[in-house]
Write a protein that binds this ligand. Structure first.
Ligand code: 5AD
Length: 344
């Protein structure tokens, strides 16, 4: 698939043609990563964040957010629940904040591994190399750091620098790989100002980085953020503006599968928040991972990065997930679900 093909698919509107794209992606998934949907329990253990990302509901500037940091005991209880469900991986996710100390995370990682034998993936934003190394030494195996968009102008625009330092996430991903992590990244689809041409670049970037995990989610406007206030629905954005629609997100999931056949690709929570069939459709488009949210409900509501529609069915319940996996003709993957190589 070359740039012209990617572009043509991104412009494609015909539902029958798109079904062909999804079918190709499913075929590629079957060939390269098989029929297992890897399950990872996600725990959003803190919404404290010093960053000002203009799209994100838990940005430091949003004073309406009640902030929390779960205790070690609470996090261990979640790890127990993840293990009880038979999931092989726990994803510890939080905002970027110095109150989340590197040593505390290191201890948590090793305790979770020793107590529950879970593979630990971390998603804690931009941290000093020394923190990444420490966590790796304590047994963390995966790190997720989204580059969000390859359009550097747009990137800078939506990520006001913290303490004058604009972290270079692509370099950080390379460094994380060199430290021995499996690396994951991803983008938002439909950011105001995101042009279709830059989405093609994002896809090529995924391929170039040979990422182990790739997450694609639609941008969901959060009313208490500068980005949503600036661009109300229908307001014109870029001339070639990417839609933040479910269809566009599904297309991108399929294209990622075709370009990066071995990657672990989640049907993301953001997808499940914009349509009833979000997770189901993610699998239909070629995804092979689901990350059920195992955050305790009282905190889950406060991890308000984007509005989560309450009318949608609860996607995190064990039996719902099993049903979604089975209805896609796939089987749940209960092991660690590491990235596979050269199996096609
Ligand atoms: N819409 C969609 N995804 C969002 N994220 C944050 N805010 C939003 C939003 N409004 C995603 C970003 C970020 C992660 C924490 O959540 O990809 O990396």
């Amino acid at each position: 698939m070359n740039i012209a093909d990617i572009n043509a698919w991104l412009h494609e509107q015909n539902p029958d043609a798109l079904e062909e794209l999804y079918a190709m992606a499913r075929k590629t998934r079957a060939r390269y990563v098989g029929n297992q949907v890897h399950l990872r329990g996600r725990v959003d253990f803190s919404n404290m964040c010093r960053r000002q990302c203009t799209y994100c509901g838990i940005r430091a500037g949003n004073r309406r957010v009640v902030r929390y940091l779960m205790s070690s005991e609470e996090i261990m209880a979640c790890a127990a629940a993840v293990q009880a469900r038979g999931y092989g991986t726990i994803v510890l996710q939080a905002g970027e904040d110095e109150r989340i100390s590197a040593g505390w995370i290191a201890d948590l990682v090793s305790t979770i591994r020793e107590t529950y034998g879970l593979t630990v993936a971390l998603s804690l934003g931009e941290r000093p190399d020394s923190d990444y190394r420490l966590w790796r030494a304590h047994g963390a195996e995966r790190y997720l750091l989204k580059f969000e968009t390859s359009d550097t102008v747009l990137y800078r625009c939506i990520h006001p620098p913290y303490a004058k330092s604009a972290g270079n996430r692509l370099k950080m991903l390379k460094d994380l790989r060199a430290m021995g992590y499996e690396i994951g990244s991803g983008i938002m689809v439909g950011l105001p100002g995101q042009a279709l041409a830059s989405l093609t670049d994002d896809l090529l970037m995924f391929q170039e980085f040979d990422l182990d995990m790739i997450a694609v989610g639609p941008y969901i406007p959060h009313p208490h953020t500068p980005l949503a206030r600036k661009f109300s629905p229908g307001k014109s954005k870029a001339p070639d503006q990417v839609a933040n629609s479910d269809t566009m997100a599904h297309k991108v999931v399929s294209l990622v599968r075709l370009l990066c056949p071995e990657a672990n690709i989640p049907a993301t929570s953001a997808l499940s928040c914009i349509s009833k069939q979000g997770l189901r459709f993610g699998l239909h488009a070629g995804a092979n991972v689901i990350m059920p949210d195992m955050t305790p409900p009282e905190y889950e509501a406060l991890y308000d990065i984007y509005p989560k529609s309450r009318i949608l069915p609860p996607i995190n319940m064990y039996k719902n997930i099993m049903e979604i996996v089975a209805s896609a003709g796939l089987v749940p993957g209960f092991g660690p679900g590491a990235r596979q190589r050269n199996s096609g």
